[in-house]
Ligand binder design. Structure first.
Ligand code: ZN
Length: 232
């Protein structure tokens, strides 16, 4: 068993979106596509979201990404608040590193004066918005799709370690954030979806069959389906 918590280590920038949250333990039940932790889902109702970002452009992009999720989570209403005491607290404080989020209701375990989701500042609007989509998916309880136990990725594990392991990103994190498959009895496992925003992008040379995955900029049909399944 592993408790989910926030970490502060960066993945190399050629993995995108970059982040680092440990997969939760869990078991299996079936929905259409995707991967989520049933223990960490929000109850129906209003969730307040604090946005503490550097400028209006970043804020508008973040709101737009959150709204894309909101269209597919009818049981939840997200209320953007100016205070820093939202249920989900998003910031781009440059004293913090990496893109990351705690998983779902684990946000309630974080002291109110700390963020639950951190974004690195990025002037590339498209990439920034895609990162918000990914991290907010974690905030809703979703896990990494490339760690779906049903994935069909033909990892070249030595190449993965060679590409990503470093002093700043040790082998254990490469394993836990890329290669490890979560197990347990509260895991919502569904058909693998390589087009999910919860999937990392990576180059073909880290697989045996040279099949890379590109960054996804919009929720896939599978993302929408699991969001509706979890929050309708
Ligand atoms: Zn992630």
């Amino acid at each position: 068993m592993r408790l989910t918590s926030q970490h502060s280590v960066n993945l190399p920038s050629n993995l995108s979106p970059i982040d680092h949250e440990p997969p939760a333990s869990a078991g299996t039940s079936r929905v259409k596509r995707g991967l989520a932790d049933n223990r960490k889902l929000w109850p129906p109702g209003v969730i307040t979201v604090s946005l503490d970002l550097k400028d209006q452009k970043s804020t508008a992009l973040a709101v737009d990404a959150i709204q894309e999720w909101a269209h597919n989570t009818p049981a939840l209403q997200f209320r953007i608040v100016r205070s820093r005491e939202g249920d989900i607290r998003i910031c781009d404080d440059e004293s913090l590193k990496g893109n990351w989020s705690v998983i779902g209701t684990d946000a309630g375990n974080i002291p109110l004066n700390e963020p639950t989701l951190h974004l690195e500042r990025n002037d590339d609007s498209k990439t920034f918005r895609a990162t918000v989509l990914h991290e907010f998916g974690h905030a809703l309880g979703l896990l990494h799709e490339h760690q779906n136990p049903e994935h069909t990725i033909n990892w070249n594990k030595p190449a993965v370690y060679k590409a990503y392991a470093s002093d700043h990103f040790p082998r254990e994190l490469v394993y836990s954030q890329i290669l490890e498959l979560p197990v347990g009895d509260r895991l919502e496992v569904t058909r693998y979806d390589s087009r999910s925003v919860m999937h990392y992008a990576y180059p073909g040379y880290v697989t045996h069959d040279a099949k890379g995955v590109d960054t996804q900029h919009w929720l896939s049909d599978g993302d929408k389906a699991i969001a509706r399944r979890l929050y309708s």
